[in-house]
Design a binder for this molecule. Structure first.
Ligand code: SF4
Ligand code: SF3
Length: 542
């Protein structure tokens, strides 16, 4: 079989090895070569920007470009060849402008030159992609770091949209990108860098937590409607709270409702967003069900971040989907940002002439158990642990996905003893958040902290309990059974490892990018393992 591309950055890597002919996600070999080239350009930009900084030059523009660039490379975020083609030229132009003191005239020339060079580069993408690192273990550990960086920069980008940045995260991102090209580094050096990536994962998630809670208020226990109203609506997906706030504001008098999909569900937990009475409810489930759910929704759909499932020729909702920010697909319309504002009027007008959504379920689900809310309930929680009503917490954060193997998580949640509580965050929750697992003395058995980045909340809860019980984080009655799919889950995992959490189960498979030696290192050092059967795992963990 001729290799046309090489990508193994997500859990769906073909045969749990790599996508080499076509991406399971829909990424084509051409798009893959653009992405490989762009990644290479970002690494080069990091080298030049770092040197420019040491020479006293201002490099914020380059840092922001690297941050958004890595975010764009996340699985299922952007399927638009043209976006990557122009990003490659922009990256090269930015790099060259840092090398020389350019006037605007010369800048124009450089852009033309950069785009010519970009086309040449793409033809050679194979020589700069993943397989250009010959040593299997170095390749593996470099992939852990770059996937972690993608997750980290996504969270940093969300914080930045709300006015928060951390220059240390920029410095680290550059340092790590430079290290990824340094052939003098050993496996031991890279292991240190993996740990540091996790450390910045914690810092990045803490920053986003601060940005979200300062801007939109502290998440509160909330009951979210999963049925539908009579008015037409807009369905908004992805992780970007700034976009949903803007959409809510622009649509408040339009006679339509706003529904969340997948990772946008936790928007309902924020007081500032709850004030909009037309934030009606959540429609459907996780990202991979979008084909049927977008069809029955009837109204337009807005993607603010991953996960997009590329439409096929017969996809009937194709003309009703819009993307913005770092998402894109050539079949979908893109909403640009101009002077910090996005104009959603076209989507709102389209919604007005749409039919109301078809009901696919009814009732409510409960969420909003971020660290502030849980710690408000701390006395009750601790009391229930001490009197034996709660025997164990199981962290089941992470991603959902289309692999049939993932029904394991539904079964696992269903079979857990009734004196256990599931702590969750990310779209993984859709595997069990509608199971009606009951409560323990009023505390629901599934506590949803929010989006995948809110896994930070789960870490804060664990650290607080360790403090209360005066024990090591690994001696708490908490087990970890994390589901992963894309790169944000990788940074969540690295963050947990950095906090010293051991015995994590990762599934439904271990990442394809772990070589045998690197996997063994993680198993030996952190007692990381993958899932087996529900019965065996429950026996082992509980
Ligand atoms: Fe394959 Fe995942 Fe890469 Fe897509 S992102 S090409 S599914 S490994
Ligand atoms: Fe989900 Fe894509 Fe990972 Fe944010 S939306 S958790 S998969």
């Amino acid at each position: 079989m001729e290799r046309k591309m090489f990508c193994y950055q997500c859990q769906e890597a073909a045969k749990n090895t790599a996508c080499e002919v076509m991406g399971v996600c829909g990424k084509t070999p051409l798009l893959s070569s653009y992405m490989d080239t762009f990644k290479y350009v970002l690494k080069g930009l990091a080298v030049v920007a770092d040197e420019a900084m040491r020479n006293g030059q201002e490099i914020l523009q380059a840092d922001l470009f690297i941050m958004e660039g890595l975010f764009k490379l996340i699985t299922n975020a952007n399927f638009d060849d043209d976006v990557f083609k122009s990003s490659i030229s922009e990256g090269i132009a930015l790099r060259e402008s840092l090398k020389r003191d350019l006037d605007t005239m010369f800048d124009t020339d450089i852009t033309t030159w950069a785009s010519e060079l970009a086309s040449e580069f793409v033809l050679k993408a194979g020589s700069v992609g993943v397989m250009s690192t010959i040593d299997e273990d170095i390749r593996s550990i470099r992939e852990i770091i770059i996937t972690g960086l993608m997750g980290l920069t996504a969270y940093h980008s969300h914080a930045h949209k709300l006015g928060y940045i951390d220059l240390e995260i920029f410095n680290f991102t550059r340092k790590a990108l430079i290290a990824l090209q340094d052939n003098s580094l050993t496996l031991t050096d890279y292991i240190g860098l993996v740990d540091e990536t996790g450390k910045y994962g914690v810092i990045g998630m803490a920053l986003l937590d601060k940005a979200n809670t300062t801007t939109y208020g502290v998440p509160k226990i909330s009951h979210v409607n999963i049925g539908v109203g009579k008015r037409p609506g807009i369905l908004i997906s992805g992780h970007d709270l700034h976009d949903i706030k803007e959409l809510l504001e622009q649509s408040k008098d339009a006679g339509i409702d706003i529904y969340t999909h997948s990772e946008m569900l936790p928007a309902h937990y924020y007081p500032e967003l709850q004030q909009y009475s037309h934030l009606y409810g959540n429609y459907g489930s996780a990202w991979y069900n979008q084909k049927s759910e977008f069809t029955s929704f009837n109204g337009p759909i807005l993607f603010t971040t991953n996960c997009i499932v590329p439409p096929k020729g017969d996809t009937i909702y194709k003309n009703k989907v819009f993307t913005t920010g770092n998402t894109g697909h050539p079949d979908f319309k893109f909403i640009v940002e101009s002077n910090g504002k996005k104009d959603f009027s076209e989507i709102i007008e389209l919604a007005k002439s749409s039919k109301a959504p078809i009901e696919i379920e009814s009732g409510t689900i409960v969420g909003g158990f971020g660290h502030n809310q849980v710690l408000e309930l701390a006395d009750t929680v601790i009391e229930n642990i001490k009197n034996g009503s709660i025997k164990k917490f199981v962290v089941m954060a992470g991603c959902d996905g289309r692999s049939p193997k993932r029904s394991y998580y539904t079964e696992f949640a269903r079979e857990l003893p009734k004196d256990t509580i599931i702590l969750t965050a990310g779209c993984a929750k859709f595997k069990y958040n509608k199971l009606n697992l009951g409560d323990i003395n009023g505390i629901p058995r599934v506590l949803d902290a929010g989006q995948c980045n809110d896994s930070y909340s789960l870490a804060v809860i664990a650290l607080t309990l360790a403090d209360v019980f005066k024990c090591d984080i690994n001696d708490l009655p908490i087990a970890y059974n994390i589901a992963w799919y894309e790169q944000k889950a990788v940074i969540v995992l690295l963050a947990l490892l950095n906090l010293g959490v051991k015995n994590i189960k990762l599934g439904p498979t271990l990442p394809a990018f772990l070589s045998e030696n690197v996997a063994n290192f993680l198993i030996d050092t952190f007692n990381l393992s993958t899932i087996s059967t529900v019965e065996q795992d429950i026996r082992e963990m509980i």
